[in-house]
Design a protein around this ligand. Structure first.
Ligand code: CA2
Length: 146
């Protein structure tokens, strides 16, 4: 049985409740249910954490070293700002996939750069909640290839 940590970064708790023109009407609970359904089919265990605090996300990543086989993360706005989050992910050396609901390359210039992309297995963006399920499939393939 594989164990995966799913991390949702700052403000993703607002998903479906605000700015539906950018992020759609799917809520974070909907996203998590899609992931849990896929995880059940693929016989993997998910632990899901959403936090608006960088340190909580980093602590969760450190703790995952003890139990997880991989990380699936939407770092939210920290994507474009956080060296500390990048260092935490590369520090635990677990396979990681970065996902985004929106196509960050089609948006404002400041969203085009990710501090995370350079240290992950792969990145999926622009497919709404499907980015997460596609990302989980990619992560599981990467883990099973090891
Ligand atoms: O497209 C994505 O998934 C993002 O990671 C979402 C972040 C944004 O800063 C990244 O550039 C791209 C924002 C997450 C906040 O989500 C909200 C959802 C509804 C209302 C307000 C914020």
């Amino acid at each position: 049985m594989k164990n995966i940590l799913v991390l949702h970064g700052p403000n993703l708790n607002l998903l479906g409740l605000r700015e539906p023109q950018i992020y759609g009407s799917t809520t974070l609970d909907d996203v998590n249910n899609h992931l849990l359904n896929l995880a059940k089919q693929r016989k993997v265990d998910l632990r899901i954490v959403q936090s608006n605090h960088e340190g909580v996300l980093i602590d969760s990543i450190h703790a995952a070293r003890e139990w997880a086989h991989g990380l699936l993360i939407n770092p939210g706005g920290l994507t474009h700002t956080s060296v500390a989050l990048r260092d935490a992910i590369s520090g635990v050396a677990l396979p990681c996939v970065e996902v985004h609901l929106s196509n960050i390359h089609k948006r404002e210039e400041f969203r085009h750069h990710s501090f995370i992309s350079g240290i992950v297995v792969g990145v999926i963006c622009g497919f709404g909640w499907h980015s997460y399920t596609l990302g989980l499939m990619g992560l599981l393939d990467a883990i099973s290839d090891k």
